[in-house]
Design a protein around this ligand. Structure first.
Ligand SMILES: [Zn+2]
Length: 461
């Protein structure tokens, strides 16, 4: 059996130059979500990236399918179960990327190689995984090692935004029996927190408040690093209050500092009791600030960071509109709760709803996703860990839990697995995103080994 894997890994080694240049080509496609067009639901560049992956796969003898630009896959069909189609074992990757942002010294879409690392947006998130998965399938095919099932790479197209593509894909294609998504970190992620994305709408009388405008943050996934509150002082002059914080991913509030929290703490002591925005400010300072440890929503606190619920507001804005001849003023807070197993999301939601309606506000749910928790002793986790240690010889790192979220939540029996090596920084969603070429090669081999082990169902070492 190890002979088979050796053969597969040798083919991958021979492909080194090819793997690097294909990843470079894919990075050079600026696949940030864009204006939809006919057959290109997420814009021209995302579509180019999808078609690039499918064409490359076809070139290597893999069967491909494009679901109208919403996603696609390439497949290598097993031969052993003649007359039967076999189960689908799949990797799930995505070809879209987030904006480059500021602060790069390398051109984010030029895929320059510097010190044996490839630099560019998508280098680690998630284009390396896409290329590695294609070359893993190519190597398995060329090795002529016998496989039983259908091995598949599924290409998602809007993982960084709304997951419409992957939902559409699974509405047309059957779900894999099992697999993994190389869109996080090795050795393997067996737990992901659940998500409750929500908005709080609060209407107020604009003639009865000193606040004229509040704007802060720019999205639900980020700890806001700036917030501005405009209000009138005793002489009816407008005063601008600015607060700054530190951005971080919404699932890791301990790494950032919310500017909206800061702004509300500043404004709280200044507001008169009968100010029409006072109930909201009161509510915010009571329930939404310092909820890094989740204690205010979930009384069962824990010492372990990963067992804690978090609640963070990512964005605040004010809006004026007309409804049945009346002018309405509204504050909208958008935020995300991340909660671990075994907390029941309905309990959190009803608690939050009760409190929000208590101040005359309205709760709107955007998205609720269940947490993932797979036993460390399950077949999938053991085979994935085995593949990782087989290639990297790292026996030290253990399965981990994350507060972030991956395509693992898009279908059952999927967990996040790689491509980042544990404890290393690659600059995903930040400037100077990169991957070392040796690690790209290792990732390709680990993915091939994982597909091979999951297919063989062989549980012996
Ligand atoms: Zn990603």
């Amino acid at each position: 059996m190890t002979k088979n894997l050796e053969r597969i890994c040798n083919i991958i080694d021979q492909d080194r130059i090819n793997i690097v240049s294909c990843l470079q080509e894919l990075i050079r496609i600026k696949s940030v979500a864009g204006e939809p067009a006919e057959g290109m639901p997420f814009g021209m560049e995302v579509d180019r990236a999808l078609r690039y992956c499918l064409q490359l796969s076809e070139q290597y003898g893999l069967v491909t399918r494009n679901i109208d630009g919403f996603g696609g896959h390439c497949e290598l069909a097993g031969t052993q179960d003649e007359g039967r189609k076999g189960e689908i074992i799949s990797t799930l990757v995505h070809v879209d990327v987030v904006e480059a942002g500021e602060g790069w010294t390398h051109n984010p879409f030029n895929a320059e190689i510097d010190n044996d690392s490839i630099f560019g947006r998508g280098a680690i998130d998630d284009k390396a995984a896409a290329i590695a998965s294609i070359f893993a399938l190519k190597a398995i095919r060329e090795s002529r090692v016998q496989i039983r099932n259908r091995l598949r790479v599924i290409f998602g197209t809007d993982e960084e935004t709304n997951w419409i593509g992957i939902k559409k894909y699974f509405s047309v294609e059957e779900q894999p029996t099992m697999g993994f998504t190389p869109d996080a970190v090795f050795p393997v992620v067996n737990k992901e927190k659940g998500i409750i994305d929500f908005a709080l709408h609060f209407c107020y009388d604009k003639t009865k408040t000193a606040i004229t405008n509040i704007q802060g943050g720019d999205g639900i996934n980020k700890i806001p690093d700036s917030c501005e509150i405009r209000c009138l002082d005793g002489n009816c002059r407008e005063v601008i209050m600015k607060a700054t914080g530190k951005a971080a991913h919404i699932s890791e509030p301990e790494k950032g500092k919310s500017a909206i929290d800061e702004a509300f703490m500043k404004i709280h002591p200044l507001l008169e009791k009968d100010d029409s925005l006072s109930p909201l400010v009161e509510f915010y300072t009571k329930y939404f600030i310092c909820t890094k440890d989740g204690l205010k929503l979930n009384p069962k606190g824990s010492k372990n960071e990963m067992d804690k619920s978090t609640l963070c507001i990512g964005k605040i804005s004010t809006k004026m509109f007309e409804a049945s001849g009346q002018e309405i003023s509204e504050v909208i807070l958008e935020g995300s709760i991340r909660y671990p197993e075994p907390i029941n999301p309905n309990k959190i939601i009803s608690k939050l709803e009760r409190r929000v309606t208590g101040i005359g506000g309205k709760l709107k749910l955007y998205e609720v996703m269940e947490p993932i928790s797979m036993d460390e002793e399950s077949f999938i986790i053991r085979q994935l860990l085995r593949s990782y240690t087989y290639i990297t010889k790292d026996f030290h790192n253990k399965p981990i839990a994350i507060g972030g979220t991956t395509y693992a939540k898009s279908c059952r029996n999927i967990v996040a697995f790689g491509p980042a090596m544990p404890g290393k920084e690659y600059g995903a969603h930040m400037p100077e995103e990169h991957i070392h070429i040796d690690e790209l090669m290792d990732t390709t081999k680990v993915i091939a080994a994982a597909l091979y082990f999951l297919d063989s169902q062989d549980q012996t070492e």
